[in-house]
Write a protein that binds this ligand. Structure first.
Ligand code: PA5
Length: 451
């Protein structure tokens, strides 16, 4: 079980000393026990723990078939979903596939362009996406566990109409792939009535833990990434997380160190990457930790930065501003591609001292220099070393972050698997829209808004 992901805590010791980490160890061990023995709050949402080894193989095969069909009959795939119903897929596709996926030529990309919608309510965004699709062939993967999320339902209605106008109802139905609950919700009802191919979000897997279900796997497979390897990487992560006890487990130590620092007043964790391809991994991580830990007046606020660009904006604040945060950097040891600096006859830009060096060497110096500067500024730094950005590493990273999140959430004393805050906004929006069944609430909220 060779690991592609490891954590380095050398630069946190001034805030989370070895003895402080040792002191929290029993609580971390107890939290892990609660998680794996499924005895804590939210224990009906722990299906993700075994997903990498215990998943529906028949559905997995159908996902690959659907991906091949989409690749053969579509220029564009629209992924309609929000939150946990899209961030994992986008994180994986943007990390694993070409950095300019939609813009690069089809000869290089080989697979359909992929666009995301149903993650906002902007009429401008939707209209402009219609223009991007133009008269090209397209398919839709609509993803919603509840089947009732407004952003997603609105976008789906519009693009379903577009498909039906273009292909007729029957052919359109063959281009719609619905990922939702196995039995409940408006999307399931609609999918059954219209005869769409459906995929299941398991009852015991919440949105933000669903990247390794059809929610993430269908779009990821359609993009041409290898979902077998992604699952293999996650299975490696799972074996590590389940088999190692505290002293040998980076994942438990990550949960420990972040809780020690939180209890000392550092209420924000900033995830930084030095590879643009990881931007949406950060977005996925923000949702995972934000929705899992931020409740009951507690939690570490998960923020994200893309370096080196944000060194020229938020870097100032991180280094020098209010000190309520720690950082976690993802360091990719081996970039997929190398670019070497060349020597110029006249060294007008003064860069000949870098001739023969890879751009990644400069990137690593930027990272190491940033760590030293931020640590000097009093900001603790956790470094996650990732072998390279491929399916094996990413699957392992997804799993390790999920597991650490469960352990950390229980250590914090919250139920990491519900999201009551998200539900509140959804209900308010239904009421303000005048959805049937919300009449009393509609009156009350409109009165509050003087409408
Ligand atoms: O993690 C979560 O549970 C949420 O972010 C959901 O994924 C998000 O609200 C979308 O919900 P649904 O899949 O029901 O449309």
């Amino acid at each position: 079980m060779s690991q592609k992901i490891s954590f380095n805590f050398d630069n946190t010791k001034f805030m989370a000393s070895d003895s402080e980490v040792e002191a929290i160890k029993p609580r971390i061990q107890a939290a892990k026990k609660t998680l794996v023995e499924k005895t804590g709050e939210g224990n009906d949402f722990l299906g993700w723990i075994d997903l990498p080894v215990n998943y529906d193989k028949v559905e997995f095969g159908r996902i690959k078939e659907a991906a091949a069909k989409i690749q053969s009959d579509s220029d564009v795939l629209l992924v309609i979903g929000i939150g946990g119903s899209y961030l994992g897929a986008r994180a994986a596709i943007e990390a694993l596939r070409h950095g300019f996926y939609n813009s690069v030529s089809k000869e290089i990309r080989k697979t359909p362009e992929i666009y995301y919608c149903g993650n906002n309510l902007s009429s401008t965004y939707i209209s402009e996406l219609v223009e991007v699709i133009g008269d090209r062939d397209f398919s839709v993967n609509v993803i919603s566990k509840s089947g009732t999320t407004t952003e997603c339902s609105v976008a789906f209605r519009l693009f379903k109409e577009m498909l039906e106008k273009k292909y007729g109802k029957e052919e359109a139905a063959k281009r719609i792939y619905a990922t939702t609950d196995k039995a409940r919700g408006a999307l399931k009802t609609l999918a059954d009535a219209e005869g769409y191919e459906t995929y299941v979000v398991p009852d015991d897997v919440g949105g933000r833990f669903s990247v390794l279900t059809a929610v993430g796997l269908l779009p990821i497979a359609a993009s041409g990434a290898d979902i077998d390897k992604l699952m293999e990487g996650a299975a490696n992560g799972r074996e590590y997380c389940l088999s190692k006890d505290f002293d040998d487990s980076d994942v438990m130590k990550y949960a420990a160190v972040r809780n020690v620092m939180y209890e000392k007043g550092l209420g924000m964790e900033i995830l930084g990457n030095f590879e643009p391809a990881l931007h949406f991994v950060t977005e996925w991580w923000k949702q995972l930790y934000g929705e899992s830990e931020g409740k009951d007046g507690k939690g570490i606020f998960p923020a994200g930065v893309d370096f080196t660009t944000d060194l020229h904006s938020l870097g100032q604040f991180i280094q020098d501003g209010t000190k309520n945060h720690f950082e976690t950097f993802i360091n990719v040891e081996n970039p997929r591609k190398a670019v070497i600096m060349q020597k110029e006859a006249e060294d007008l830009d003064g860069l000949n001292y870098l001739a023969g060096k890879e751009v990644d060497f400069i990137n690593k110096c930027a990272m190491e220099g940033t760590i030293l500067a931020h640590v000097d500024g009093g900001v603790p730094n956790i470094r996650i070393d990732m072998d390279t950005i491929d399916e094996l590493s990413l699957g392992e990273l997804f799993y390790k972050f999920e597991f650490a999140c469960g352990v950390s959430g229980y250590t914090l004393g919250v139920n990491p698997f519900n999201q009551p805050g998200v539900e509140s906004y959804k209900k308010n929006m239904f009421a303000l829209l005048g959805k049937p069944g919300f009449e009393e609430m509609t009156k009350e909220l409109r009165a509050r808004l003087n409408k």
